[in-house]
Write a protein that binds this ligand. Structure first.
Ligand SMILES: *[C@@H]1O[C@H](CO)[C@@H](O)[C@H](O)[C@H]1NC(C)=O
Ligand SMILES: *[C@@H]1O[C@H](CO)[C@@H](O)[C@H](O)[C@H]1NC(C)=O
Ligand SMILES: *[C@@H]1O[C@H](CO)[C@@H](O)[C@H](O)[C@H]1NC(C)=O
Ligand SMILES: *[C@@H]1O[C@H](CO)[C@@H](O)[C@H](O)[C@H]1NC(C)=O
Length: 484
């Protein structure tokens, strides 16, 4: 068929639209993926989730070689992490940094994993760490970068360190009074100088939710992006949301540190959905709707105009995170523990009621629940058993303002027992509680309180698929049999 000019135009238009869509998915959203959970989805499932949702970047909290290998040739950019507990050794022994770069970085890179950044440490200067990483973070960063340079990857892969926004402050004044915290100012200046020299970005984690949580007088609307907040003026600039004000406090701090042009990446940003009165689906949705709309404008902040790279915190819930900061800690997931969406979320910022695509082919454990045996009339030993279950498993949904807070008492006992049972992979011994509990095959959930079923992830903790372990076991068994 001969193409008439209108036809051609239609094709051109279609092509342009296609290009635009391609562009949208390429410029991309990032997510953090933490694995402090009793069971984790396999990395192959995570790759699928990212592809299905057009998420093009992932930030990890370690650099486990087996996990990282799954991102090879996927088009997904990976930020590797080095946990805080390795900083001391990397700082002290250059050999350790060399080994790390060889085993966990360059091998993956050669296999096709698109690694741009290595996040050395995670919020290492948090006040609650009492200064334990102050002396080691910077030397560890230097050693890793030196090892990268030596291997010839220095230009391609950059070392940085994600900081909590508490590394800078402006007293009770506006962003323009921003400075790095006085107890770590020296080391922050060294780090900023290092980032500038290496053309590496400054990573910062900003949490409007925590501002609200920690300060009852915090103006609620300032945590969101709907324009409902009373603007706060600073040197002629009006701030209508906490994120802009916080990031510009960093910009001022960087200016004063002699690095006004440093690239800033939002290392973590998000809103939890359970475990506190302000941690719920409605408020999380309001936050994300506003955030994605804001990011889609690519306007940045008053002092940092333009697009900003960001990583949502987090991809999935983590039921073994420390709840020292609060019960909400285990509920930061955009998706639930099993990779299923919690509420509609339009990553493109177009504000459509669109559900994220959930994990496919999730391997759930059997449809079994552990519940309190209501035939039992003597309740004496119940509290101690519930306490035990909750210490070992996750009962954050039961506490004040949690989603199962309003459930009947019998159901709460069951909830605690069930969480313990599921988090122990439905081991029958994990559903006894001195004879108070029994296993049932009827769904124990109520309308408002979900009793989750665990997911398969045996072998995960060893960093390799269960198949490999099983095969080794079989092999050893055969050897034993035939050696007689
Ligand atoms: C490097 O990979 C190995 C497994 O291959 C893992 O045991 C180790 O923890 C990884 N190092 C880091 C810093 O994640
Ligand atoms: C920091 O110090 C406090 C009080 O002395 C202590 O309770 C806490 O465990 C310390 N934290 C770390 C990470 O050492
Ligand atoms: C209830 O059980 C406790 C121990 O679990 C026991 O000491 C107590 O005597 C029992 N009470 C009754 C009324 O049976
Ligand atoms: C159990 O019931 C809840 C609430 O009705 C539902 O959301 C959940 O999917 C059910 N679980 C299973 C395994 O069927």
């Amino acid at each position: 068929m001969l193409e008439t000019p209108p036809m051609k135009m239609a094709w051109t238009a279609a092509f342009l639209i296609l290009l635009q869509f391609m562009f949208i998915s390429v410029e991309g959203i990032g997510v953090n993926w933490g694995t402090q959970a009793a069971q984790n989805l396999p990395p192959s499932t995570i790759v699928q989730i990212l592809k299905d949702n057009g998420i093009s970047r992932i930030k990890l909290f370690d650099s486990d070689a087996w996990t990282v290998s799954h991102f090879a040739k996927t088009g997904i950019e990976v930020m590797l992490g080095v946990p805080n507990n390795q900083l001391a050794s990397l700082a002290k022994h250059y050999d350790k940094a060399k080994d790390y770069v060889k085993e966990n970085v360059t091998e993956a890179y050669k296999a096709g994993v698109d690694i741009r950044y290595i996040a050395v440490g995670n919020e290492p200067f948090l006040k609650s760490y009492n200064g334990s990483n102050h002396a080691t973070t910077f030397p560890a960063m230097q050693n890793v970068q030196k090892a990268l340079n030596e291997e010839g990857y220095g230009g391609k892969i950059k070392v940085t360190t994600p900081q909590n926004a508490d590394v800078y402050n402006s007293g009770s004044q506006g962003p323009s009074a921003g400075q790095f915290r006085s107890d770590i100012r020296d080391v922050m200046l060294q780090i900023v100088g290092f980032l500038k020299e290496n053309d590496a970005p400054f990573l910062v984690n900003v949490y409007p939710f925590l501002s609200l949580y920690q300060n009852p007088d915090f103006p609620v609307e300032f945590a969101f992006f709907d324009g409902g907040a009373q603007p706060v003026m600073d040197k002629g600039t009006a701030y209508t949301n906490m994120l802009d004000a916080n990031l510009d406090t960093l910009v001022w701090s960087l200016r004063k540190a002699g690095a006004p042009k440093l690239k800033i990446i939002l290392g973590e940003i998000g809103w939890p959905t359970d475990g506190n009165k302000d941690a719920n689906v409605d408020m999380a949705k309001k936050f994300y709707d506003g955030f994605f709309k804001k990011m889609a404008t690519k306007k940045g902040t008053p002092l940092y105009p333009g697009e900003m790279e960001y990583y949502l915190f987090s991809l999935t819930d983590e039921n073994q995170k420390s709840i020292a900061p609060g019960d909400f800690e285990r509920h930061w997931g955009v998706l639930r523990y099993d990779g299923q969406p919690k509420f509609p979320m339009d990553f493109s910022g177009n504000g459509r009621q669109k559900w994220p695509v959930g994990a496919k082919d999730v391997q759930y454990l059997d449809k079994r629940w552990c519940v309190f045996n209501t035939d039992i009339k003597n309740m004496t030993s119940v509290p101690a058993n519930v306490q035990y279950a909750c210490q070992m498993a996750d009962c954050t949904a039961l506490n004040h303002d949690g989603s199962c807070d309003k459930t009947l008492d019998d159901k709460k006992i069951s909830y605690a027992f069930n969480m313990y049972y599921q988090m122990n992979n439905q081991d029958v011994r994990a559903c006894d509680f001195e004879g108070l509990a029994r296993v049932v095959d009827q769904n124990a959930s109520t309308n408002e309180c979900l009793f989750p079923i665990g997911i398969e992830s045996a072998g995960w903790k060893l960093g390799r698929p269960v198949g490999a372990n099983a095969m080794v076991g079989l092999f050893v068994l055969l050897l034993l049999l035939f050696s007689h």
